[in-house]
Design a protein around this ligand. Structure first.
Ligand SMILES: [Cu+2]
Length: 311
């Protein structure tokens, strides 16, 4: 099962061997921290949009409605599909979806299992930065030895009219042209409002990262080394994998990492750029951070520092 904390899986209806999905591009209000809301754009009421799960060789029809105040499209980022379904009308024979209209993207999933994304590709400088993006994951039908499988979309937003060094409750607009983001998200929320990744000791854990945005994010995991298992949805052969504890997730990239849960605790998983783990320049840990939390871990027992750890 693929878990996308705080983001739902997109339902579908199957008829005549075709999977029918529906996405509505629309303005959404996203609570990124308790009582701090941003006026964003997203799909089906949320940003990032719902996660699309498909299998190799699936025939899909994804109907995209446009309730935005300008034309839009969806680009199926990383998928090898026909030119007219790729969603870049400025270049390709693929249509603009005008306000109030819809388009059916119809294609066959020809890529192997892997992590991909979808995002708007009209007025990209605005629409991507307003939040029009989501995950499209091609699931391995063979199943795997993965016990816990997470997806995290990285994000960065510039909220306007909020004084730096403060976090007043309110609803704020996004400046999509800004190069100076003040809020950094995992699946559309900032720490400590991100959701922990719950695991069990001895689990084999996969975390899939995606990034559509202005920034590049070196994501660091504490307490473990991980295998870099896939790049842009392409599996890396086991003998070619490197062990790391920080992976740079650049804009447009997806990376899958794998590790064995062999060090019980509550371990940070966060972007290593200091500005990206702050909420609007305030001091406490915030932004693009979450925790890997082992079930049953007794934090209080480990807080007794008078016990010599070497015994
Ligand atoms: Cu970052």
């Amino acid at each position: 099962m693929i878990i996308t904390p705080t983001i739902p899986i997109l339902p579908y209806v199957k008829r005549n061997n075709i999977k029918y999905f529906k996405l509505i591009a629309q303005p959404v209000v996203r609570e990124i921290l308790p009582k701090i809301y941003m006026n964003a754009w997203g799909y089906n009421g949320i940003t990032p949009g719902p996660t699309i799960l498909v299998y190799p060789n699936d025939l899909v029809c994804i109907r995209v409605y446009n309730l935005l105040p300008q034309p839009t499209s969806i680009h199926w980022h990383g998928l090898d599909i026909p030119n007219n379904m790729d969603g870049v009308p400025a270049v390709e024979p693929s249509p603009y979806i005008q306000t109030g209209c819809y388009f059916d993207y119809k294609f066959k999933i020809t890529n192997p299992p892997g992590t991909h994304m979808y995002h708007a590709h009209v007025h990209t400088v605005v629409q991507d930065m307003m939040g029009l993006a989501g995950a499209l994951i091609i699931v391995d039908p063979e199943g795997t030895d993965i016990d816990r499988d997470f997806f995290i979309m990285l994000g960065a937003f510039t909220l306007t009219d909020i004084a730096p060094f403060t976090l007043p409750a309110g609803t704020y607009d996004i400046d999509p042209f800004s190069m100076d983001a003040n809020f950094f998200t995992m699946n559309g929320r900032c720490f400590p409002y991100t959701e922990d990744l719950l695991i069990n000791e001895n689990d084999i854990v996969r975390i899939r990262f995606g990034n559509i945005g202005m920034g590049n994010h070196p994501i660091h995991l504490h307490g473990h080394q991980f295998e870099v298992a896939a790049a842009d949805g392409n599996l890396i052969a086991r003998q070619n994998r490197i062990l790391k504890n920080t992976i740079l997730v650049a804009s447009g990239e997806t990376w899958d990492i794998l590790f064995k849960a062999d060090n019980p605790g509550i371990w940070p998983l966060h972007c290593h750029l200091p500005h990206h783990v702050s909420n609007n320049k305030t001091l406490p840990l915030g932004g693009m951070a979450t925790a890997i939390r082992y079930r049953g871990f007794d934090k209080e027992k480990y807080q007794k520092f008078d016990i010599c750890p070497y015994q």
